[in-house]
Design a protein around this ligand. Structure first.
Ligand code: MTE
Ligand code: HPA
Ligand code: MOS
Length: 750
C-alpha cells in the first residue's frame, strides 16, 4: 500500500478546486485589500469599478445580509471592513464579474482614502500598550524563584523567531453554487469545512443545514487553511447569494501572500539555571507572540507554545508566561507545529547560550536533561518517554564520529567551517482544545460488496485518506478495489474538527474502525445465524465466511446480498472521542495529550566563511513512529517536515516595513528551500515500538513533529560561525539567513 492518490496524481487527473468543471454563468470574485495597515476609512468609492464592462456587482460590508463577523476564537474579525482597517491587505470590498481578469481590474478602480492611525508592528510595543488579545497565561511547576538561587549557573537572554509563509502549492479558493430555497453547495480548499459552514451561516443569515461544504482534497494546507480558508469561501457564497449565480475565487499567488496570515513571530525573554553537574534546575520565559490584527487561532497557538516550552526535557522548576500581542500585521494563524516550534526554539536557545558560556557542547546539557518515563510536564501530564532511546540511537552511531570529523575539517580549513547540533523533539498529540478531539465516520456497503467511506478528514497531501482506506481494508479484509474514500462533505459528516494537530488519521481512522467493526459484527452474527453455528466459530476475512477455520463457500459478495435480503443494515455511522484527556484551565494542569511523539536529529552544516552562504550537509534522525501503518506515507511526512522546518529556521524571511507593509510579498522576495537547500543527506530511521497508545493501529501521528527537527539547522549554523569566529556577536534570531551568517562571521562581541 503506497498512496491511493498516486495514480491520478502522476497522470494529472486528481481534482483540486480549480479542476472542478464550471457551470455556465459562473462569475468570478476579487477582493480589494486595504492599502494601509491602520486607518480610519474616509472614502470608499466603488462607482468607477461598477461602470467597468463585465462587472456584475461590487460588494461592501453594507451588502452583508447576516452578521459581518468571521472571528474564530474571539469575534474580532470582520469579513469586510466597516469604518476602520487594521492591517494591510484587510478585505475592504469585493467585485463579482464575468471573468477573473475583469474582477481584478475593477478592484484597482475602487478608490480608498483613509486617515492613517498609529501602526504597531512589534509585539513588545503592543504589550507595553496593553494591546493583548487575551490576558497572559502562565504554566508553572515547582518554585522557580527559589530554584534560581540554588543554581550554579544562571544564564539569561532574548530569542526571536520570524514567521513563515505556508506556500501551499494550491492557493486559497472556493466555488459557490446557489441551489433552490437559499441553499448553497460550496467547494472550498479548506482544512475546516465546519468552520466554513458555521461562519458562512452567520454571514448569510441562513441556518447551517442550508450549506453543503464539499472538499475533495487540498494542494497543501499546513495550517494556513485551518481558519483562513473561511473568508474566501464566504466571499464566493456571498457573491452567489447576492447575484444568484455561481461564484468562484481562486487567489493568485500574490493575493494569497498579501492577504493571508502566516506563522507567528515571537520575541522572548528567557532565563535558565543549571546545577554544577548540568542539570537544568529552573527555566523561566516570557513569550511575546505577534498575533497580528485579529485573534484568529492565536490563543490556541499560544497555548501550544506553553505546552512545548520545555521541549523534550524534564525541568523541576518552570514558569513560562505567554502574551498574545495585537499588532497591525496580517492575522497570524496555524502553521505546522502550531506554536510548539516557537516554544521549543527558545529552550534550545537557552541551552545553547548556557553551553557557550560554559564552553561545552549543548549536547552535554541536552542529554543530561532528557525526559524519563514518569517525569512531569509543567502542565501536569506524566511522560511515557522515548527521548533517551532516540537520542542514544543517534548519538551512539553518529555523534562522536561526526564531531571528530568536523573538528578535523575545521582544523584543516580556514574559509569553510562545519558545525553540528543535536535536536531532540517531543510533541503532544491531541487538539489542545479538548472538545475538538472527536470525529465521525459514515461507512456504506453496497449490494455488490463495494464500500464507501466518509469521514471528516481532509486530504491535503499528508496521506490521511490512504490511512483511512487501510483501516477499512483491514477491518473488512476485502480487496482494495472494493473501497472508495469519499469527499469530505458536511451533509455526510457533521460538526467536523479541522484536519489539524496531526490528529486526523487517529481521530477519523478510529471512527472508521468503529463503523467498519459495527458492520462486521452484524455480518458475523447474521452469518452464524444462517449457518446455524455459534458466533465464536464464525469469521469473515479474505472475502469469505469461515466456520471453525474452514471455508464455508460463502463469498463476501454473497454474504452482503443475503444480509440485504434479510434486512440487515449495511451502513454505519460511528463517533470517536479521544478517551483519557482533560485539562483544567483554571490551574493550567491536566492530561491534554493522548500521547507524545519523540525523536532526535543530528544536523551537520558547512558555512562558506567568505560569502556567508551554507549547505546543510546531513540530517540524521531517529524518530519514534510507534508502529507505522504506512512507511512510505510517514517517510514523506518526515522528509517534507524536516525541509519545511529548515526553511523556517534558515532562509524564509518575512519582512514588514515599519508602516506594516509586507515587503516579502512575492516569490521573488521570499525564498523557500529548493532541492539545493535541502540536506544533501537526509537519513531517517524509524524507531518502531508496539507500546499501548491511542494512535490508530499504534501508528503514531507524524504530520507536524518532523518540522521541529529543522530547528537543529539554526544551531548547527551557529556552531559553524563560532568555529570561524569564537568572538562572534551572532544573536539568537531566526532565520539564520546567509546575510545574518555573514554578519555573524565578522561581527565581534564588544
Ligand atoms: N503534509 C502535506 N503534504 N500537506 C499539508 O498540508 N499539513 C501538515 C501535516 N503534513 C500538511 C502535511 C499539518 S500542519 C498537519 S496538522 C498535518 O499534516 C495534518 O494532517 P494529519 O492530522 O493527517 O497528520
Ligand atoms: N493544533 C492545531 N489546531 C488547533 C489546535 C491544536 O492544538 N487547537 C485548536 N486548533
Ligand atoms: Mo496543522 S498547523 O495543526 O494544520
Amino acid at each position: 500500500m503506497q498512496n491511493i492518490d498516486t495514480y491520478t496524481h502522476v497522470r494529472g487527473e486528481s481534482i483540486y478546486l480549480d479542476d472542478i468543471p464550471e457551470l455556465a454563468g459562473t462569475l468570478y470574485a476579487a477582493v480589494l485589500g486595504s492599502p494601509m495597515a491602520h486607518a480610519q476609512i474616509l472614502k470608499l468609492d466603488t462607482s468607477l469599478a461598477e461602470k467597468l464592462d463585465g462587472v456584475v456587482k461590487v460588494i461592501t460590508s453594507k451588502d452583508i445580509p447576516g452578521k459581518n463577523q468571521i472571528g474564530g476564537a474571539i469575534p474580532d474579525e470582520l469579513l469586510l471592513a466597516e469604518d476602520e482597517v487594521h492591517f494591510e491587505g484587510m478585505p475592504v470590498a469585493m467585485v463579482v464579474a464575468t471573468s477573473a481578469a475583469i474582477a481584478k481590474k475593477a478592484v484597482k478602480l475602487i478608490k480608498f482614502e483613509g486617515q492613517l492611525l498609529e501602526v504597531i508592528t512589534d509585539p513588545r510595543v503592543a504589550a507595553e500598550k496593553n494591546q493583548l488579545i487575551l490576558p497572559p497565561r502562565t504554566f508553572s511547576l515547582g518554585d522557580v524563584e527559589k530554584a534560581f538561587e540554588t543554581c550554579e549557573y544562571v544564564i539569561e537572554g532574548i530569542a526571536e523567531n520570524n514567521g513563515q509563509e505556508h506556500l501551499y502549492i494550491e492557493t486559497q479558493g472556493a466555488y459557490a453554487i446557489p441551489l433552490e430555497n437559499k441553499k448553497f453547495r460550496v467547494y472550498s480548499s479548506t482544512q475546516g469545512p465546519t468552520a466554513v459552514q458555521t461562519h458562512m451561516a452567520d454571514v448569510l443569515g441562513v441556518p447551517m443545514h442550508k450549506l453543503e461544504i464539499d472538499v475533495t482534497r487540498l494542494g497543501g494546507g499546513f495550517g494556513g487553511k485551518e481558519d483562513q480558508a473561511t473568508a474566501w469561501a464566504i466571499f464566493c457564497a456571498l457573491g452567489a447569494y447576492l447575484t444568484g449565480k455561481p461564484v468562484k475565487y481562486s487567489l493568485d499567488r500574490m493575493e494569497d501572500i498579501r492577504m493571508t496570515g502566516k506563522r507567528h513571530p515571537y520575541s522572548t525573554d528567557y532565563k535558565i539555571g543549571l546545577s554544577k553537574d548540568l542539570k537544568i534546575l529552573a527555566y523561566a520565559a516570557t513569550f511575546h507572540q505577534n498575533a497580528g490584527a485579529a485573534a484568529d487561532l492565536s490563543p490556541a497557538v499560544l497555548e501550544r507554545t506553553l505546552f512545548h516550552a520545555t521541549n523534550s526535557y524534564y525541568i523541576p522548576n518552570v514558569k513560562v508566561t505567554a502574551k498574545s500581542c495585537r499588532t497591525n500585521l496580517l492575522p497570524n494563524t496555524a502553521f505546522r507545529g502550531f506554536g510548539g516550534p516557537q516554544g521549543m526554539f527558545v529552550i534550545e536557545c537557552a541551552i545553547a547560550k548556557a553551553a557557550e558560556s560554559l564552553d561545552i557542547e549543548a549536547a552535554e546539557i541536552q542529554k543530561r536533561n532528557l525526559l524519563n518515563t514518569g517525569d512531569e510536564f509543567p502542565y501536569g501530564q506524566k511522560a511515557v518517554s522515548e527521548a533517551h532511546e532516540c537520542w542514544d540511537a543517534v548519538a551512539k552511531e553518529k555523534l562522536t564520529v561526526t564531531r571528530n570529523r568536523i573538528s578535523d575539517f575545521n582544523a584543516q580549513h580556514s574559509l569553510y567551517k562545519k558545525g553540528l547540533s543535536m535536536m531532540p523533539i517531543c510533541f503532544g498529540i491531541s487538539f489542545t482544545k479538548i472538545p475538538l478531539n472527536q470525529a465521525r465516520a459514515l461507512v456504506h456497503v453496497y449490494l455488490d460488496g463495494s464500500v464507501h467511506v466518509s469521514t471528516g478528514a481532509i486530504e491535503m497531501g499528508q496521506g490521511v485518506n490512504t490511512k483511512i482506506f487501510q483501516v477499512a481494508e483491514k477491518i473488512f479484509s476485502i480487496q482494495p478495489e472494493r473501497i472508495t474514500i469519499g469527499t469530505t462533505n458536511t451533509y455526510r459528516i457533521t460538526n467536523t474538527s479541522p484536519s489539524a494537530a496531526s490528529t486526523t488519521a487517529d481521530l477519523n481512522g478510529k471512527a472508521t474502525e468503529m463503523a467498519c467493526m459495527a458492520i462486521m459484527n452484524r455480518l458475523r452474527e447474521f452469518a452464524a445465524f444462517s449457518l446455524d453455528a455459534k458466533i465464536e466459530g464464525v469469521a469473515i476475512h479474505h472475502e469469505k465466511v469461515w466456520h471453525n477455520d474452514k471455508d464455508t463457500g460463502i463469498t463476501w459478495e454473497a454474504l452482503i446480498g443475503k444480509a440485504y435480503l434479510a434486512r440487515i443494515s449495511l451502513s454505519e455511522h460511528a463517533h470517536y472521542a479521544t478517551p483519557q484527556i482533560y485539562f483544567d484551565g483554571k490551574i493550567e494542569k491536566g492530561h491534554p495529550f493522548a500521547y507524545h511523539v519523540y525523536g532526535t536529529a543530528l544536523t551537520e552544516v558547512t558555512v562558506d566563511c567568505i560569502r556567508g552562504t551554507y549547505e546543510i550537509d546531513a540530517v540524521e534522525i531517529v524518530h519514534d513512529v510507534g508502529k507505522s501503518m504506512n512507511r512510505i506515507v510517514d517517510m514523506g511526512q518526515m522528509e517534507g517536515g524536516v525541509v519545511q522546518g529548515i526553511g523556517w529556521m534558515t532562509m524564509e524571511e518575512i519582512v514588514y516595513d515599519k508602516n506594516g507593509k509586507l515587503r516579502s510579498n512575492a516569490l521573488s522576495t521570499y525564498k523557500v528551500p529548493d532541492i539545493y537547500s535541502a540536506p544533501k543527506l537526509l537519513n531517517i530511521e524509524f524507531r518502531e515500538s508496539d507500546k499501548e497508545n491511542l494512535a490508530i493501529f499504534h501508528s503514531k501521528a507524524v504530520g507536524e513533529p518532523p518540522l521541529m527537527y529543522g530547528i537543529g539547522a539554526f544551531f548547527a549554523l551557529r556552531n559553524a560561525i563560532k568555529a570561524f569566529n569564537p568572538n562572534s556577536n551572532i544573536g539568537f534570531s531566526a532565520p539564520m539567513t546567509p546575510e545574518k551568517t555573514l554578519m555573524g562571521l565578522y561581527g565581534n562581541k564588544s
